[in-house]
Design a protein around this ligand. Sequence first.
Ligand code: ATP
Ligand code: MG
Length: 402
Amino acid sequence: MSDKLYLIKEGEISLKGGNRHVFERKLRDNIREKFKGYSPKIERQKGRVYLYLDEKCSDAFISFMLERTFGITGFARAYKAEKDIDRIIEKVREILPSSPFTDDGGTFRIDCRREDKGFPLSSHEISIRLACLVHELYPSLSVNLKNADYTLSVEVRDDVYLYFDSAKGAGGLPVSTAGRAVLLLSGGIDSPVAAYYMAKRGVKLDCIYFHAYPYTSDEALEKVKKLASLIAPYLEGTRLYVVPFTDGQLRIKKKSYIDETTLMFRASMMQTAERIAKAKKATAIVTGEALSQVASQTLSAMNFTDSMTSLVVLRPLVGMDKEEIITVSKKIGTYETSILPYEDCCVIFSPKHPVTNPDKEESRKHYEALEMDEEIEKAIEKMQVFYFNARGEEEEKSQSPL
Ligand code: ATP
Ligand code: MG
């Protein structure tokens, strides 16, 4: 077979009991979707998942995508050899030059497992034969069984599988095993990281962005679209709903107490998000808030915004420092886009001294007096939707927004 082979290690899935097959099937579907067009085939054998892909699919692309697939703890390029020691040696000779092994005076080990007890050589004998080959090709390497720089793993099963050190996967659980939610995605650092954490626990997410053109620019919208495309592989594809909220913002600015404008905007975001969520059968709203990061992220402000929706509000970053959030945003590749200078929240809508300790009932009354329903209705009607597939590519979808 000329296909490329990857060995995939599943994480928490292997701890699942009776409904384990649901998680396994989801992971399989997610992987298939990501590699659509590259004839993906997935085989499962005794706790191992093998992924076969078209030879033309590059290793860099495969690694990029597998690192962004939740439910996988590790993966490695693997090779198959026939069950014959001479063939195994031949194969190892062929693949070593493109492996991590180098003749740099380091250490190596052969990790051999013989599932097929009918194979004429023992694990130990296979390891010795292969170690001799490594010595011949890389004379400066020495064996260290406990703490080697390089490992060649050999598994004798229906065929013989060979692979080198595995790359780390994203962990977590396959997306779409934990229900649906909507994410409030702004152009900042935090909300893409919040998306990452919820997708990691298996939540399927669509994104909502409130756009106040011309107060927030076209560039700001482009930036949010770029962020949606960057997180889409982790999310196994996502929709981005762009809610035109200029009239809503102007109404809030005109009719509310100046120090409460941010709070009122947040309340209307919650109500709009709830409408979209319910239409999409999503049961939670995710935000990038962290406790006390800014004035609107105090406990009492959160208490107030929570009271504006009957859905669960999830704030996966609530206990994180900004520095920690930045580290994750660099790791997942959104940081450089998030720090581009197009502000998502125009200064004219931000009060100088925002309320930090609102009285829930009092603020609710103020919000009701704004009569935002009509603005929300109008904004939802004019909403645009963009679709990003599991590879992060924008796709045309001919369907109505909701
Ligand atoms: P971020 O870095 O994610 O922009 P932030 O620290 O700037 O967060 P806020 O502007 O107070 O904080 O926003 C808190 C959260 O509210 C954001 O993480 C996001 O979930 C949501 N949010 C803010 N502005 C918008 C917007 N224009 N559209 C959609 N969601 C928004
Ligand atoms: Mg922001």
